[in-house]
Design a protein around this ligand. Structure first.
Ligand SMILES: NC(=O)c1ccc[n+]([C@@H]2O[C@H](COP(=O)([O-])OP(=O)(O)OC[C@H]3O[C@@H](n4cnc5c(N)ncnc54)[C@H](O)[C@@H]3O)[C@@H](O)[C@H]2O)c1
Length: 312
């Protein structure tokens, strides 16, 4: 299969590229490296994976990608995530909306067989959990809005498509970064001398989904052709519980956990997916447990020397 992955130098995309190549598929990774320090997450050059420096906001960059038909386009490039979008909403408009429109036009011109879009659980906003694909949506941040707008563009494109709404992905490949996800930032914060893990308000829950399970679903995306599906565990986990588990994995004392104020932009207290559609379409739901996933994440961060990266 001839495959294009936009955003393939990032966390999820790099794991997907390696998995596709190991199954013998030919992969072109297109990325402007804006969120990554380079191609490091892809590791050493892998046979079958071609790296193209391209910005999805620039149609000429897409035109310059290697010629030929794409059997499948995975569109993962995005300005990620909520907090960054509040500070830089213009990036979300140009990347997540206009960029998605450009990638769709490119895919159409290249006879794309299946267009796979990484949607986001953030787009549900503060609705009543569990979140069902056909239920209410109340996006609150520019990121949540623009990821939903991207879905609308994909669904109206006329291309064969599948929209996979990912829930709080974590695992090896997710780097500590002030704008990014909680788990690597918690590990990095603990690593700092006298480091503290900060909970931003009490009572928050999320549906933490291990990257290996997400990649497995992306590889089988044809099962969701023509529809939207949550990719999640269906397990509602308190962020406090995750923070406590991080302390255990990192062998840090419990008093390192402190509670701060809720962040003004974050109005979603409870988040968990209804996974009945995923179970029906895929025949499985993610099975990697939190303790196993957190241990793998911590081991990866340590092995890569990333624990001393600036955390939130
Ligand atoms: N990680 C999560 O928890 C999560 C949850 C829900 C949805 N998603 C979605 O999954 C996708 C992948 O997420 P991720 O965690 O791997 O993010 P990431 O930031 O690690 O990867 C995104 C990649 O897109 C690239 N990119 C950004 N702007 C670009 C542009 N203009 N042109 C080309 N490349 C550009 C970045 O350099 C980065 O490598 C995103 O679409 C995100 O919205 C992620």
């Amino acid at each position: 299969m001839n495959t294009l992955i936009t955003g393939g130098a990032g966390f999820v995309g790099s794991r997907l590229a390696i998995a596709l190549a190991s199954e013998g598929h030919s992969v072109v990774v297109a990325d402007n490296l804006s969120a990554t320090a380079g191609w490091q997450l892809l590791g050493p050059r892998v046979a079958g994976v071609l790296r193209a420096h391209a910005d999805i906001r620039i149609p000429d960059d897409l035109d310059r990608l290697p010629a030929g038909r794409w059997d499948r386009v995975y569109h993962l490039a995005a300005s990620f995530a909520n907090e960054r979008s509040v500070a830089h909403p213009e990036l979300d408009a140009t990347t997540n909306v206009e960029g998605t429109r450009n990638v769709l036009a490119h895919a159409r011109a290249r006879g794309c067989g299946l267009f796979v879009y990484a949607g986001s659980s953030s787009s549900y906003g503060d609705v009543e959990p569990p979140f069902h694909e056909d239920g209410a949506m109340r996006p609150g941040t520019p990121y949540a809005h623009t990821k939903l707008a991207g879905e609308a563009l994909v669904r109206g494109s006329g291309l064969e498509h599948a929209v996979l709404r990912l829930f709080n992905v974590y695992g090896p490949g997710d780097v500590p970064d002030p704008w990014r996800n909680a788990i690597p930032n918690m590990f990095a914060a603990l690593h700092a001398q006298e480091g503290r893990v900060t909970l931003f308000g009490e009572g928050a829950t999320r549906d933490f989904t291990y990257v290996g399970d997400v990649v497995r679903a992306l590889l089988q995306a044809e099962r969701a052709t023509g529809t939207v599906v949550n990719v999640a565990t269906g397990v509602e986990t308190a962020v406090r519980e995750v923070a406590t588990a991080c302390l255990q994995v990192a062998d840090a004392p419990r008093d390192r956990l402190v509670v701060g104020d809720r962040r003004g932009w974050d109005r979603v207290v409870r988040r968990v997916a209804d996974v009945s559609r995923m179970r029906q379409l895929f025949g499985w739901t993610p099975e990697t447990g939190l303790s196993e996933g957190l241990a793998a994440t911590f081991a990866w961060l340590r092995a890569e020397g990333l624990l001393s990266r600036t955390a939130r």
